[in-house]
Design a protein around this ligand. Structure first.
Ligand code: PEP
Ligand code: MG
Length: 581
């Protein structure tokens, strides 16, 4: 038995046989010289392969759109765009003329240099785009060589798919009736594979580095997407332990299922709305089935995070309208673009940023690139006709930025009014509190916003000076740090003094151990991944406001996060047996 540790990319546990799928990169690419007079012949071969690849991609795109919606089909659109990229085509032709080698070799060389350049990038988003380049290049080479590509659509049985990496088109195309878990050498949390695995509810552990080298086809595996572990060839006790764990999780899920239809209200009658965070419109079905009270955070930048696919105003309008319509009267808070930081796309890249997380991000980027900002605001306002929309600005650091955002929004309102395009006037406009300077000036900001939503993911990162993605210092990333709790309390107290409500949409809102603390601090509503809603609701329905305030009373004077965490955990475990889940 061996235990491998990777990145928790998609939750859930599955025990099954390994289906090891090695990529075709091991096949040899022919390498030979051509005569100058044969150049046009070689170019002709390239263009026929390109036509075949484009037809194939169009077919795949149409199939994906039909089965899963345009969000997923966009991956193929981006590949078609890449195939027709004028710069890329010119470069292929230039390299061909210059080196007089066969076109498969030229493509392979170009692919390797682009993949290396992107793979070396510190930016995880760019590094992930390397797989799209390889996907397109391998499709072309397969047509040139008349070879079949690795085909994951025909996998049978109930298997764990193990591979070095999965290309986006492969993840969408794989037989999801057969693939019940994924374990990969490569990949990170922002890869398409991780995003799609979560959307398909398939447990996944990525970033395992060498699993493909240490495993054989057919071996039994346990993929534990909750803890980021893969156990190879488990012994009988481990198997039994995980079988019990799966049963317990299923039993607990069933139990929690009964909370979906119950209201989120404390024992003493305080209604506490529990909303969901989403990244793609396809998540809405899950959001509705878990009995949430709306969407508290729609991370709108995800529609941009498809390679080479800067969405038009119309595409954004359609995506927002679809979500709003599906949610009916329930409120939907759509956050304006939080591009930048770890979520930049090549089209908008600026010169090297030394500290992207402190850089050209979110509203800073939008206020600079107002045509992009206005496009989105127009799409948002137009979509307001289809439901209960709230708009939220991310990464506000102070009043100047907020005033400028309001001014741009007002310009867009005027423009729509002049053109006679309908939109709702009464849309609430709020801000995220995720920068310490904003938290500390919430007494002022509260008079300029309709609501606050605390983004603890960033607020913790910036107040404790801990990069939220850096594993080496992860032990310092502490939601129960007294500094963080004080900033949360200050935000809530200042908002209430000004008569506005406060939500929280950072990961802390979905942590059951934090529920009563946040309630005690006075949080009005919570927003989290839809799957966490039933457990948090179970806790809220079992406490009173007084219980929560007593807990807060006992921890707010403590100086050490270790003491606070220990006190909170023991209080919660005593009442809710969270440690047994
Ligand atoms: C946050 O910072 O807490 C948040 C919800 O935003 P994101 O995770 O998208 O930065
Ligand atoms: Mg944030």
């Amino acid at each position: 038995m061996r235990e491998l540790t990777g990145i928790q990319a998609s939750p859930g546990i599955f025990i099954g046989r390994c289906y090891l799928s090695l990529e075709e990169e091991d096949y040899s690419i022919p390498h030979y010289s051509i005569m100058e007079k044969d150049l046009s012949l070689e170019l002709g071969r390239f263009h026929s392969a390109k036509t075949l690849a484009e037809n194939e991609l169009t077919e795949l795109r149409n199939k994906a759109k039909l089965e899963m919606g345009s969000e997923h089909a966009a991956i193929f659109d981006s590949h078609i765009l890449m195939l027709n990229d004028v710069d890329l085509l010119e470069q292929i032709e230039r390299n061909l003329r210059h080196s007089l080698k066969n076109v498969e070799w030229i493509l392979f060389q170009l692919e390797q240099s682009l993949v290396k350049k992107l793979g070396d990038s510190q930016d995880s988003y760019l590094a992930e785009r390397a797989s799209d380049i390889k996907d397109v290049s391998r499709r072309l080479i397969a047509h040139l060589l008349k070879r079949e590509r690795r085909c994951l659509t025909s996998i049978q049985g109930h298997v764990v798919l193990v591979a070095r990496n999965l290309l986006p088109s492969e993840t969408i195309g794989m037989n999801r009736q057969a693939v019940h878990a994924i374990a990969l050498d490569a990949g990170g949390k922002t890869s398409h594979t991780a995003i799609l695995a979560r959307a398909f509810h398939i447990p996944a552990v990525l970033g395992l580095q060498e699993i493909t080298k240490s495993i054989r086809n057919g071996e039994t595996l346990i993929v534990d997407g909750d803890s980021g572990k893969v156990i190879v060839d488990p012994d009988p006790e481990t198997l039994e332990k995980y079988r019990l764990l799966i049963e317990r999780k299923a039993h607990h899920e069933r139990e929690l299922g009964s909370f979906c239809t119950l209201p989120s209200v404390t024992l003493d009658g305080q209604v506490v709305p529990l909303k969901a965070n989403i990244e793609i419109p396809q998540e809405v079905e899950d959001v509705i089935s878990r009995g949430t009270d709306g969407i508290g955070l729609y991370r709108s930048e995800f529609i941009y995070l498809q390679p080479d696919s800067v969405p038009t105003e119309e595409e954004q309008f359609l995506a927002y309208s679809a979500v709003l319509k599906a949610m009916g009267n329930l409120p939907v808070t759509i956050r304006t673009l939080d591009l930048g930081g770890d979520k930049m796309i090549p089209e908008f890249e600026s010169a090297d940023e030394k500290n992207p997380l402190l850089g050209w991000r979110a509203v800073r980027f939008c206020l600079d690139r107002q045509e992009i900002f206005k496009n989105q605001l127009r799409a948002l306002l137009r979509s307001s006709m289809h439901g209960n929309l709230r708009i939220m600005f991310p990464m506000i650091s102070g009043v100047e930025e907020l005033d400028r955002c309001h001014a741009v929004l007002e310009e867009v309102r005027l423009e729509l009014r002049e053109k006679g395009i309908p939109f709702k006037r009464e849309v609430s406009v709020g801000i995220m509190i995720e920068i310490p300077s904003a938290a500390m000036t919430t007494d002022i900001l509260a008079h300029k916003a309709d609501f606050f939503s605390i983004g603890t993911n960033d607020l913790i990162q910036y107040s404790l000076a801990v990069d939220r993605g850096n594993e080496k210092i992860a032990y310092l990333y502490q939601p129960f740090h007294p500094g963080v709790l004080r900033l949360i309390k200050m935000t809530i107290d200042n908002a209430h003094a000004a008569g506005i409500q406060v939500s929280m949409c950072g990961e802390m809102a979905g942590d059951p151990y934090a529920t009563v603390v946040l309630l005690g601090l006075g949080l009005d509503e919570f927003s989290m991944s839809a799957a966490s809603v039933p457990e948090v609701k179970r806790i809220i329905r079992s406490v009173t406001r007084k219980d929560a305030e007593d807990l807060i009373q006992s921890i707010m004077s403590m100086g050490s996060y270790v003491d606070i965490e220990a006190a909170v955990h023991s209080w919660m475990d005593e009442r809710f047996q969270l440690d047994k889940r």
